[in-house]
Design a protein around this ligand. Sequence first.
Ligand SMILES: [Zn+2]
Length: 263
Amino acid sequence: MAVARGLAAVGIADHDTVSGIPAAMARAAEYGRGRLEVVPGLEINTDYRDGEIHILGYFIAWDDATLAETLARLRAGRTARAEKILAKLQALGIRLSLDRVISLGEEGSVGRPHVARAMVEAGCVKSVKEAFDAYLKRGKPAYVERMRFSPVEAVKAVRQAGGVAVLAHPAAEATPALIRDLVQAGLEGLEVRHPEHDLRLEQMYGAMARELGLVATGGSDSHGPSQTYGADVGSYTVNAGVVTELRRRAERRRTENGTLQAR
Ligand SMILES: [Zn+2]
């Protein structure tokens, strides 16, 4: 799709996994050298207050062992929590399919809202609110504590793996205070262009990126032709200079990481 739409580069940034990158690179190579650059990336789902913050990592070393361990831990933690909730519900006489709950998950996250929706679907409760109030809230019979992973931890994980950490679609949950904390932790970019940003937000985050010295990135956030989230591949683009700048910063990161390791 990226080639058909005339893109020079495409970022592959799946949620909490890098497993699609080698296949994307191999496919791009079939078009010949220099036709389509695959930017190896990642989007890490993190917990912030009661919501989620997503951290992108561009030009990461996708074969990095420490990164692989971190991501495996995150994925296992999410599924394990959903499984524990379903086990508690089953003990209460409510049977739900884990596969169905996972398929209701959006943007790679599986959590209580998706369990609640499965409960509504199955006719156990009338609404998502009722599911939370009667079963899923803290103190209720199917509550399970979750493993938290902070946005700052995600920024550090991306840097450790030689990548450039970028705050994804900041309009969703991020506050200016959080953005400043993340910059302190080593954030290097802000996703300015995104289907969820209108022109006003794009200008606002563009100005913020300039002020903080961050790379202004962007993209369609396409989740595939059959998915409702995001836009079509190639419908939200950035200039090639953004890719060059991300690559330059990643190269610097690796040099610095190498120097640290050599000490
Ligand atoms: Zn996201």
